[in-house]
Ligand binder design. Structure first.
Ligand SMILES: Nc1ncnc2c1ncn2[C@@H]1O[C@H](COP(=O)(O)OP(=O)(O)OP(=O)(O)O)[C@@H](O)[C@H]1O
Ligand SMILES: [Mg+2]
Length: 501
């Protein structure tokens, strides 16, 4: 038994399913056939008994004699018994009549069954005895075994409450047995055909189930290999359908987390690029001053100021590293902002000094038209970064020209303009300059200043963080003007309030 169960569990799922379908259906069919055979068998005997009883009744009615005066039982009329015996023997029915002293009064064709004392007891109580199959006891000449068996009933007849006679009547069971045999044969054939059909049906059934499981298995393998785009076609509402739905949910969530990982990675990459871009500005300045000191081209009175500038820039670098190279900020895409009101004219004067050398090397003139004490409400480092990038671009794309930096106070904020008369841009280029890594002219790669095509993308993002606006006007060959607007703190809070509403 243990061995068998082990063997079954090691079988392929498909054959196991097939086996269980098949076993259940065949078992059902066998049970049904057995009960069918039993019912038919019984009803066939019942019919025969009923028929025999009717025959017995009619022959008794025909031949029983009563005293006309006191209605006492007198006996049987032999002629009428003989007629009945003749008629019934044509139908293979034989009978014997007994009187109350248990003596046979009449027997057709020598049919004299023995009635036991127990039988007599029952008969006296008025009960009819029904026998399915008895050995025939027709006449002493005929051997018992050569004849088919008989179905028999023994019935008592009463006059008032006194038993007057007993009739035993029987017929050959051969036709019954033949019928039964035929029925069994038919059932066997039907059972065989049904078994065959069940086998085919269970094969188809189990195959459909295992096919679905196999599809799931193949796709699971794909997922294991890292392909999260696979989806199962859902067929049916059963457990396998549920499994398929869960499978699809699983791949969908795997896909979305994979996308999230990619997004984070992309953000990190962007952030690192931004940070590097941001660091280049102060480093360039420091490097420039160091070169100047090395070759002693900085006049004595400017040296102190140059060192201050370097200190400022190194502080900026430190702030940058402390603030931004923070994993959590990279992950959530945050940029730290610390807005305050400060003197923009001083910052721009500084920037002019820092970039003057570069401008001169391009043959450009850097002009500052800004009233002293022009204030701006912004994050100091970000403001420097924005203006530095725009001015640096202007120098980079202008040769032997003039670059004007203008600033003015408006009612709701401060506005700056950087205008150059350099190479300018086509409207098509203008549409794209805010894109990351966009460079209007690919051949400008690795020029002295602009390299990455990141500058304006960062500038744009930073201006937006300030709630400000940036725009460009440019004409190819004539020059470009960048306009940046920073709202003051009042306008900013009003706007925020409105947004909240
Ligand atoms: N003042 C300008 N005049 C003409 N073209 C400009 C000007 N400013 C920007 N551009 C165009 O816009 C492009 C994008 O500028 P952006 O500052 O983003 O990148 P970049 O200067 O090439 O590189 P970097 O990342 O080093 O700043 C430039 O490559 C240039 O083609
Ligand atoms: Mg640039």
């Amino acid at each position: 038994m243990m061995k068998l169960t082990k063997k079954i569990t090691r079988m392929k799922l498909m054959y196991r399913l097939m086996l269980s379908f098949f076993a259940i259906i065949v078992l059902l069919m066998v049970i049904l056939s057995i009960s069918f055979i039993n019912v038919t068998n019984r009803s066939m005997y019942e019919d025969t008994w009923r028929q025999l009883e009717q025959d017995a009744d009619s022959l008794v009615q025909d031949s029983i004699r009563y005293d006309p005066v006191d209605h006492e039982f007198e006996g049987f009329a032999s002629p009428s018994l003989n007629t009945n015996a003749r008629l019934l023997s044509h139908q293979d029915v034989h009978f014997a009549v007994y009187d109350v002293s248990k003596q046979p009064v009449f027997s057709s064709n020598g049919f004299t069954p023995t009635i036991t004392a127990k039988d007599w007891q029952q008969l006296k109580d008025g009960r009819t005895i029904k026998l399915r199959l008895t050995t025939p006891r027709l006449s002493k000449k005929v051997s018992d075994t050569s004849l088919p068996r008989m179905t028999e009933i023994i019935k008592p007849y009463r006059n008032g409450n006194k038993t007057v006679a007993v009739v035993a009547i029987a017929t050959f069971a051969s036709s019954l047995e033949r019928n039964m045999h035929e029925i069994k044969l038919n059932l066997l054939v039907a059972l065989f055909c049904a078994g065959l059909l069940t086998l085919i049906a269970s094969y188809i059934f189990s195959r459909s189930i295992t096919l679905r499981i196999n599809r799931l298995r193949r796709l699971t393998y794909q997922v294991a290999k890292g392909n999260y785009d696979v989806r199962l076609r859902i067929l049916g509402n059963d457990e396998i359908g549920d499994l398929a739905r869960s499978f699809n949910q699983m791949t969908a969530s795997l896909k979305s987390s994979q996308e999230e990982i990619h997004r984070q990675e992309e953000r990190r990459r962007q952030f690192m690029a931004n940070a590097a871009h941001e660091m280049r500005t102060p480093l360039t300045t420091i490097n420039g001053i160091l070169e100047g000191l090395e070759y002693d081209v900085i006049p004595e009175e400017d040296k102190k100021h140059s060192i201050e500038l370097m200190q400022n820039e190194t502080k900026r670098l430190i702030r940058l590293v402390n603030d931004n190279l923070n994993y959590e900020k990279i992950r959530t895409n945050q940029i730290s902002m610390e807005r305050k009101l400060f003197d923009a004219s001083a910052v721009l004067h500084n920037l002019q000094k820092q970039l003057d050398k570069k401008a001169r090397s391009q043959g450009d003139k850097l002009e500052l038209q800004i009233s002293n004490g022009l204030m701006v409400y912004a994050d100091y480092d970000r403001f420097v970064q924005i203006m530095f990038n725009i001015i640096q671009n202007a120098i980079q794309f202008t040769e032997k020209g003039i670059i004007q930096i203008r600033g003015k106070q408006l009612a709701n904020g401060t506005q700056f303009e950087v205008a150059d008369n350099g190479i300018g841009m086509t409207p098509d280029q203008l549409d794209n300059i805010w894109e990351r890594y966009y460079k209007a002219d690919r051949s400008r790669m690795n020029t002295k200043y602009g390299e990455s095509g990141l500058g304006l993308a960062i500038v744009h993002q930073l201006v937006q963080l300030h709630g400000g606006k940036i725009s460009v006007q440019s004409e190819l060959g004539k020059g470009s003007t960048f306009t940046v607007f920073f709202p003051n703190s009042k306008t900013l809070t009003e706007e925020n309030d409105q947004e909240r509403k």
